[in-house]
Ligand binder design. Structure first.
Ligand SMILES: Cc1cc2nc3c(=O)[nH]c(=O)nc-3n(C[C@H](O)[C@H](O)[C@H](O)COP(=O)(O)OP(=O)(O)OC[C@H]3O[C@@H](n4cnc5c(N)ncnc54)[C@H](O)[C@@H]3O)c2cc1C
Length: 328
């Protein structure tokens, strides 16, 4: 229906997390702004339960494309299903989480439809019947607000945790509209041979606590200490690009402009100087704790709390204190 706001519900082979529904909160605010409906859509195989659950987070209608060819995520297949839905129902706005899955589909679907896209939005508002999309620019030093004047839908990928999670209400339900769209396997460019689970135990984008290390750790063994601290306080381990480039830690743990954008409740930066490209990925964390032996390190300007000292002395003390406090 014209003016409706659509939210893509991501999943991994049928498994969702509550975060999969996060954009239904801001989606409802936008739909109210347009005086329209909040709809969700999901693509996959065996996705009835996901479609139903979207209703409990506020969607009034859920469009489901369910077929064997959509088992396992493939950007080209999912984008074709998405473009089909957009073409048929002409939503005003389509929101995707700015995860690797959301970004892949949104960009490919926008290209197929010749629509514009705003990537990694951190602000969304309805103004004069248009969606205003705000995003960070120049390493997070500026924000820009963009409007898609000419094409529909107005597509945005949205930074995870930029908006509050909606409350789940088990008494709410949505009308589920099943679409019998299939893609011919021969028309797809990709085939999934195997999914290899990341060795990173905690997904940094969704983590509430992150302990990150930089070049100041001096070697890969420094990360063993950070892993111990992260385990004690229930966090994940992140890194600066310098640490990744040194081969001390894998690239999927890099935080920053060319790594992951994170927004944990607590971000502990050890031996990280605070280069603008690193700050771009973590400066919106609720509480930043910097541990650095240089009192003039720029990271202290972004930090909520600063500890000037050698991480080799500071981190073991933190581990000991937290173990005592948490009874571990
Ligand atoms: C296009 C582009 C994209 C980039 N993308 C990213 C990105 O996504 N993420 C990213 O992180 N970087 C990125 N960078 C690199 C970025 O510019 C910095 O080079 C990098 O962040 C520096 O990493 P660092 O802070 O670990 O190292 P350094 O800048 O070398 O800082 C090391 C810090 O450790 C401190 N230190 C040393 N020894 C100790 C000790 N024993 N105890 C405590 N502190 C100690 C030092 O005082 C220093 O402050 C990018 C650069 C470019 C050009």
């Amino acid at each position: 229906m014209a003016n409706d706001v659509w939210v893509y519900i991501e999943h991994k082979e049928g498994a969702v997390t509550p975060m999969s529904f996060e954009l239904l909160g801001i989606g409802k605010t936008l739909a109210d702004g347009f005086g329209s409906n909040l709809c969700a859509f999901v693509v996959g195989e065996g996705i009835d339960a996901i479609a139903k659950e979207a209703g409990t987070y506020g969607a009034s209608k859920v469009f489901a494309v369910d077929a064997g060819v959509f088992k396992g995520f493939r950007a080209d297949a999912y984008a074709k299903a998405t473009a089909f839905l957009f073409d048929k129902y002409k939503p005003e706005v389509a929101l995707f989480r700015a995860t690797s899955q959301g970004t892949d589909i949104a960009a490919a679907a926008a290209a197929q439809l010749g629509s514009g896209i705003c990537s990694d939005a951190i602000g969304l508002a309805v103004d004069g019947g248009k969606l205003k999309m705000t995003k960070a620019a120049f390493g997070g030093n500026y924000t820009v607000t963009v409007v898609n004047e000419k094409s529909q839908p107005q597509i945005a990928t949205v930074r995870p945790k930029a908006f509050a999670m909606p409350e789940q209400d088990a008494s709410k339900s949505a009308e589920v509209v099943k679409e019998s769209f299939v893609v011919d396997e021969a028309s797809l460019n990709t085939k999934v041979l195997e999914f290899i689970k990341s060795a990173v135990a905690i997904n940094l984008v969704e983590a509430d606590i992150i302990v990150s290390g930089g070049r100041g750790l001096g070697n890969a063994e420094g990360f063993d200490l950070l892993k111990e601290l992260a385990e004690v306080i229930g966090g994940g381990v992140g890194a600066s690009r310098a640490a990744v480039d040194s081969g001390w830690i894998t690239v999927d743990q890099q935080v920053g402009q060319t790594g992951k954008t994170v927004k944990p409740k607590i971000y502990i930066a050890c031996g990280i100087s605070g280069a603008i490209q690193h700050l771009a990925g973590m400066r919106t964390s609720d509480c930043i704790v910097a541990i650095n032996k240089d009192p003039d390190a720029p990271i202290f300007k972004a930090a909520t709390f600063g500890i000037v000292g050698d991480y080799k002395q500071v981190v073991p003390k933190l581990i000991e204190k937290f173990k005592g406090k948490l009874g571990k």
